[in-house]
Design a protein around this ligand. Structure first.
Ligand code: DOR
Length: 449
């Protein structure tokens, strides 16, 4: 594999940005302070930032079974174009990935099709705890405590207790309370108003489920990750449940709110639903304060035809994987955060939460999954130019400042915004080490389960 020198880059470390040269050999970072050493390729990075590749820990890539919406080839191209070098995919495919065998089949499919690195969660059902307890070599277990797209749901207390008691893999969950959502749906039966999506999947639904799940995590001392936090009201629950609990927020919950329904309609119909402008502000503040550690997209493509059905026939979900980094770099341009914070939320933290070996930082010995970004570049998002098979974005027509311009996977250039993709590259299955105790340590210094 060629030896690469990223010369004169603004290198993004967790605590600082330092100008220097990064040497990559045999797919790994060899030196982060290289001088004028020789290399097979010297990339002049003057004016550009070099950051670790993004790890998106929540995506729905629809393969197998729903490949008219997306597949691993189109989705992974979208990843590469967006600076995402690794993804963790959710089990609500068709069939759902609720056995280790099902997960292994998805990995084999990814080995054939994916341009970037991959891992697949195993999904919980009310009666597969024995399978979950013996599963290994996966990022973790996904529970739908409230149902969303697909038919995965575990909301019986006894089944949840068993999963937390009898398994050791990290658990993550979609936290919207099923009973609350069903009761609200009855109250709003017959509605065709998209605004009611946020009345049905309301703040209470999110809070009840997040409280229930974080209590299970604390009681069973089980490592637990709250997916897509959508309300400010959940934040005290997260703070209270540390060190057992980590959490993430998605760009749509940071940047869209109920006032956008009139403009965007079902394009921003998501589960959990989007909430208010105040929630947007408080969720961003929680990232800055460290109460939320991770940004992921919940990339959930549906075709525009499916989305254009009248609410509530329209499905919930939006594509985002190719725009998430640019959306956050745009926040850097606006002065709301630093690029080191973006790298912490999108690269380092997901690697630590899921025990992903060798990813998430620019450090000697780490894999050379890297993104060159141009913080000054302005580009407008257009539906037709999206790489996702669904060919649309809720951010259509928005101009962002700060874009990834080249993406490298193990030192190989998989995407260049002028030359396009290197279609010959295939990603690797991610390596998970759950023995490290997860993101947090308990107060007595012992890693959580
Ligand atoms: O709105 C959503 N759609 N939320 C999810 O968590 C899943 C998703 C999907 O798979 O379509």
């Amino acid at each position: 594999m060629p030896r690469l020198l990223f010369r004169n880059a603004a290198v993004v470390f967790p605590d600082q940005v330092r100008t220097g040269s990064v040497l990559v050999d045999d797919g790994k970072i060899l030196d982060v302070d290289a001088g004028a050493v020789s290399a097979d390729e010297v990339i002049d990075c003057t004016g550009l930032h070099l950051m670790p590749g993004v790890i998106d820990d929540q995506v729905h890539f629809r393969d197998p079974g729903l490949t008219h919406k997306e597949d691993l080839a189109t989705a992974s191209r979208a990843c590469a174009a967006g600076g995402v070098t690794s993804f963790l995919e959710m089990p609500n495919t068709k069939p759902p990935a609720v056995t280790l065998q099902g997960v292994r089949e998805k990995e084999q499919n990814a080995a054939r099709k994916s341009l970037v690195n991959y891992g697949f969660y195993i999904g919980a059902t009310p009666d597969n705890v024995a399978e979950l307890a013996t599963a290994a070599d996966v990022p973790g277990i996904k529970i739908f405590i409230g149902s969303s797209t697909g038919n995965l749901l575990v909301d019986e207390q006894e089944a949840l207790e068993r999963i937390f008691a009898e398994t050791t893999l990290p658990i993550c969950a979609h936290c919207e309370d099923e009973q609350t959502v069903r009761a609200n749906a009855l109250k709003f039966a017959g509605t065709t108003d998209i605004h009611d999506h946020s009345n049905i999947r309301n703040v209470e639904a999110a809070v009840v489920a997040t409280k229930r799940a974080t209590e299970l995590a604390k009681r069973h001392k089980h490592r637990f990750h709250v997916l897509h936090v959508s309300t400010a009201a959940e934040l005290p629950l997260l703070a209270d449940a540390a060190p057992y609990v980590t959490a993430e927020v998605c760009p749509h919950h940071l940047f869209f709110n109920v006032d956008d329904y009139d403009r965007l309609g079902t394009r921003i119909q998501m589960n959990p639903s989007i909430k208010t402008a105040d929630d947007n502000r408080q969720l961003f503040a929680a990232l800055l304060a460290g109460t939320i550690q991770v940004i992921a997209t919940d990339h959930a493509p549906h075709t525009l035809e499916e989305k254009s059905q009248a609410y509530p026939q329209s499905p919930s979900g939006l594509p985002a994987v190719e725009n998430s980094l640019a959306l956050m770099l745009n926040q850097v341009a606006a002065g709301r955060c630093t690029i080191s914070q973006v790298a912490a939320w999108m690269c380092d933290a997901p690697a630590r939460v899921w025990g992903i070996v060798g990813k998430g930082r620019i450090e000697p010995g780490y894999d050379a999954d890297l993104v060159l970004v141009d913080l000054a570049k302005q580009k407008t998002i257009h539906d037709a130019q999206q790489h996702t098979k669904s060919k649309w974005s809720p951010w259509d027509s928005e101009t962002l400042t700060g874009w990834p311009v080249q993406t490298f996977l193990g030192g190989r250039r998989v995407y260049d915004d002028t030359a396009g993709f290197d279609e010959s590259i295939r990603g690797d299955k991610l390596d998970f080490d759950h023995s490290r105790g997860g993101f947090w340590k308990t107060p007595d210094g012992i890693g959580t389960r």
